[in-house]
Design a binder for this molecule. Sequence first.
Ligand SMILES: Cc1cc2nc3c(=O)[nH]c(=O)nc-3n(C[C@H](O)[C@H](O)[C@H](O)COP(=O)(O)OP(=O)(O)OC[C@H]3O[C@@H](n4cnc5c(N)ncnc54)[C@H](O)[C@@H]3O)c2cc1C
Length: 417
Amino acid sequence: MPSQASRVVVVGGGAAGFFGAIACAESSRDQLEITILEGSSEVLQKVRISGGGRCNVTHDQDDPRIFSQFYPRGSSALIGPLHRWRQSDTVAWFSAHGVDLTAESDGRMFPVTNRSSTVVDCLQQTASNLGITVTTGMGVRGIGIHSGEGFKITTRDKGELSADAVLIATGGVRNNLARAPVDSIQHALEPPVPSLFTFRIDDPELVDLAGISVASATMRVPERGLTVNGPVLITHWGLSGPAVLRMSAWGARELEACGYCFELQVDWSGGSESEASLRSKFSHQRQSHGARRVNNSSILSVVPRRLWGRLVRMAGIPEDILWSGLSKAQITALCRFVLGETMQVDGKSMNKEEFVTCGGVALQDVDLTTMESRRVPGIYFAGEVLDIDGLTGGFNFQSAWTTGRIAGASIAAGLQG
Ligand SMILES: Cc1cc2nc3c(=O)[nH]c(=O)nc-3n(C[C@H](O)[C@H](O)[C@H](O)COP(=O)(O)OP(=O)(O)OC[C@H]3O[C@@H](n4cnc5c(N)ncnc54)[C@H](O)[C@@H]3O)c2cc1C
């Protein structure tokens, strides 16, 4: 009688779950019965909506040490895994499966088709070719451990499945369904909080400037010791842009601790000016363009004219004041607003482009060479369910591909004995 195929259950049909299941099938010499159980009605939903419908698959940087610096959580832990499944392995794998990727000037990599559906179709087609079963509407509530006999998986409709190995790839554990399988095996979780959000600032004057972007501003939250530099976008609800997202990621825990209400200082010169250099620019302007109005002649190329007008108003300088008529007190006030405007952030807003969870399965309980649990042999983890999250730019998907690949290949190796 033929021996029964080993059964692998992948909980979660997202990027990490699909890549893990495919890696398991591609790495195995033996016939394995691989099933993906997806709780919602549709698999790969985040891949589909990612990158504004274009899917930023990865980032154009193959050095694992440099790549790992883009992860506020999991940075050093990821160096090893990123050597085992590199960014270039992802690019090569997708190319070998018919999806060529191309890099944009900022390093983000997208399918040449510019459509996320290309990536979704590739993963679904590959899984189907490999005989992987995909079942939707099958939320997993718990995993029972039966010593020596594998695992019993309980689904939301009270059905039961058995498995010899389980890959948990349920995504960010802010959601109860995503954390249920992890809780059921009593794995420690780093508390989940949001990352990659934008700042809400209630200031009617800012609303009028919505759409203005500043190529390089320095933002500080002194009470939390946070500083970032980069492009900032003024929106109708507050501030957004790469620097804001970076601060929300690096400061995810600190900003949650203060309820997203904090004082933000913005140096609109992006650190390019000191008070002395700014004063000397002002004095030069008084001499050479003394007859110009202060409010409509920004003397910093990095500060757009309309934003400059706001800073002049905030400094209490009347509209009709000319450079030649600027008093010492007005110069001091203008310096203060250009180099350290203080804004009161009173909440966060969702970044529609990308948001992720900070926190998840504690990394000290996972063997990152295999992604196997150190507490429960036979259980593996991949993707955002882990306490790993990156900045925007393709880093979050790369960690899903890397951890999914390693987990799937390790499961296949483990079941082959
Ligand atoms: C709007 C948006 C855009 C993004 N764009 C990008 C981008 O362009 N580039 C990038 O790198 N990152 C992007 N991200 C982040 C990226 O999508 C995630 O980091 C990535 O999808 C994580 O993959 P995952 O498989 O671990 O989790 P998920 O993609 O969240 O998949 C987990 C799956 O598990 C299922 N599930 C959960 N619990 C259970 C359960 N108990 N039983 C069964 N199934 C369950 C869920 O329904 C889900 O389908 C974006 C995120 C968002 C929200």
